[in-house]
Design a protein. Structure first.
Lengths: 160, 160
DNA sequence: CTAATACCTCAACCTTACTTGAGGTCAAGT
DNA sequence: ACTTGACCTCAAGTAAGGTTGAGGTATTAG
């Protein structure tokens, strides 16, 4: 009875995993390359996944919906135990980690929203005073490259 | 008195615009290509911007911080009047448009957050029942490619 | 007038998250 | 045995949002 703790048998193919997760085969291969799953190979060189990898990939999908990058997800998955199948407690810990980030994002978006009227809505768009530019907010940072703001932006106005 | 409605004088170089907005010169050229600003050229072929373009680009920067894509921003900027310098009322209208989207995003993130404990936190990750996968939410949709979910994902469980 | 900047275009490169295709192998059914 | 379908690797393409560099022209300060 101790034998099914680990489920070393019952390895499944990439096609099965794709069916069960809704991911494409190519995406699963890509996720392997990204370090999100680490299937073994059979004698013929084909990938064999654990059933628990389905849950792992489901977690990846959910996390993406929450707006996390694959790298952020990988870091959290690396916190899972290697020697055993993750327990409810393990997942709950990660859930909390995400919840905290979501709380921050919601708070930031709410602040942004509240500032919007005062900043754009007034028509001044004065970035000197504009709270939307406060670099202390962990702002979106979607693209690459510098996104800084200095000095008096609007000083000389059009129509002058 | 009608002469300064349009401000045909006082055109400024791309370097000046870069200084005033904090954008790089290359980014401003890129934004021109994206249709976000449309500077004229002087006799030597160099770009000359209106002072109001600084405000326009400031709006672009703020909108990006709010999480909008350049295309979404362009569409909103295209709603600005072409014949005259935008008024406070014009900016306020766009502000409202963004505010509405932000309200939706905040609401969605909040729903997600509230579901997180029930879905990941319980450790089941059963995507059959998982509200986080509800496609009716305008979910993040960051990457490209299909992101669908079908059927019973977790049915055969590890350790089973 | 000349040197130093600032500006120009075009092409290539970067990251993230994948897809698509070519060319070849493995596994399963008959 | 043979055929089909699933699988393999590697290279290139896509989209967004830019940056970097090469090679050349404009403008400006002295």
């Amino acid at each position: 009875m101790g034998s099914n703790l680990q489920t070393n048998k019952e390895r499944i193919s990439i096609g099965r995993v794709a069916e069960r997760t809704g991911l494409s085969v190519s995406a699963i291969r890509f996720y392997e390359e990204a370090g999100l799953v680490t299937p073994v190979r059979n004698a013929g060189g084909q990938r064999r996944f654990l059933r628990s990898d389905i849950r792992r990939l489901s977690f990846v999908l959910i996390s993406q919906q929450l707006g996390f990058s694959l790298e952020e997800i990988r870091q959290r998955l690396d916190g899972l135990p290697r020697g055993r199948t993750p327990t409810q407690r393990d997942w709950a810990r990660m859930s909390k980690s995400f919840r905290d980030v979501l709380d921050d994002r919601i708070a930031m978006l709410t602040r942004m929203r509240n500032r919007l009227d005062g900043c754009i809505g007034c028509g001044c768009l004065s970035l000197t005073n504009c709270a939307l530019y406060n670099p202390n907010d962990e702002a979106s940072q979607q693209g690459s490259g510098p996104r800084y703001l200095v000095g008096d932006i609007i000083a000389g106005e059009d129509g002058g």
